[in-house]
Ligand binder design. Structure first.
Ligand code: DX5
Ligand code: ZN
Length: 214
């Protein structure tokens, strides 16, 4: 089944609670955390996550775009995250496996994220122990960018690896997803699609979520 994860980065923050109600037919709520160091933008963090947790029962998919994410996993778990994904490029290689273990010990799902320039091979050693791989299909930092078609082979490679080594692992894509690019990602093997501007730019969000599912 294809799952949709609206990114609230593109929501109207003056009425975030109401905005969330419009996307509750989706599967996950995607929550983008940016620190202005790992990516050239600053977004939302712990207090907003706590507020979101209080207004919805949706599964919260927290995408950490922060340097040394291990410093903050416990706090994001406590604030209400259900899935915590962090960038393979943002943590010391020796600390990636212990960080995955820590997230699991906190009772949460753990995932690794790849920037466009990072090859699939970088995370293969960790595949047996993770619940999600997130492939960035734009450079992380901003919503509303154009989908990078050259990420499709990476999605295919990771689908094959997942099927042979950890079929439970979800394969998520993030950046530039619309009904057209969603189709390409699904064909390549993705099963979770993040979309920000495409969903929040639509008048009928439930219809857009259904359109993205294909
Ligand atoms: C970008 C974020 C995305 C972003 C996607 O760094 O990780 O989740 O909100 O936005 P769209 O769907 O507009 O490309
Ligand atoms: Zn994201």
């Amino acid at each position: 089944m294809i799952k949709i994860a609206p990114s609230i980065l593109s929501a109207d923050f003056t009425k975030l609670g109401e905005e969330i109600k419009t996307i509750e037919s989706a599967d996950y709520l995607h929550f983008d955390v940016m620190d202005g160091v790992f990516v050239p933008n600053i977004s939302i963090g712990l207090p907003v996550l706590e507020s979101v947790r209080r207004v919805t029962d949706m599964l919260l998919d927290v995408h950490l775009m922060i340097t040394s994410p291990a410093r903050y996993t416990a706090q994001f778990a406590k604030a209400g995250a259900d899935i915590i994904t962090f960038h393979a490029e943002a943590e010391d290689r020796a600390n990636i496996s212990p960080t995955i273990d820590e997230i699991h010990n906190l009772g949460k799902k753990a995932g690794l994220v790849l920037k466009p320039g990072t090859p699939a091979e970088a995370i293969l050693p960790f595949l047996p122990k993770i619940d999600m791989i997130l492939v960035m299909t734009v450079e992380p930092g901003f919503g509303g960018q154009k989908f990078m078609h050259d990420m499709l082979p990476k999605i295919q490679t990771l689908r094959q690896a997942i099927d042979s080594c950890n079929p439970q692992c979800e394969l998520e894509v993030d950046g530039g997803i619309n009904p057209e690019t969603a189709k390409l990602c699904i064909q390549a093997g993705a099963n979770v699609l993040v979309a920000g501007s495409d969903i929040f730019g639509a008048d009928d969000r439930a219809a857009r979520i259904a359109a993205l599912r294909g």
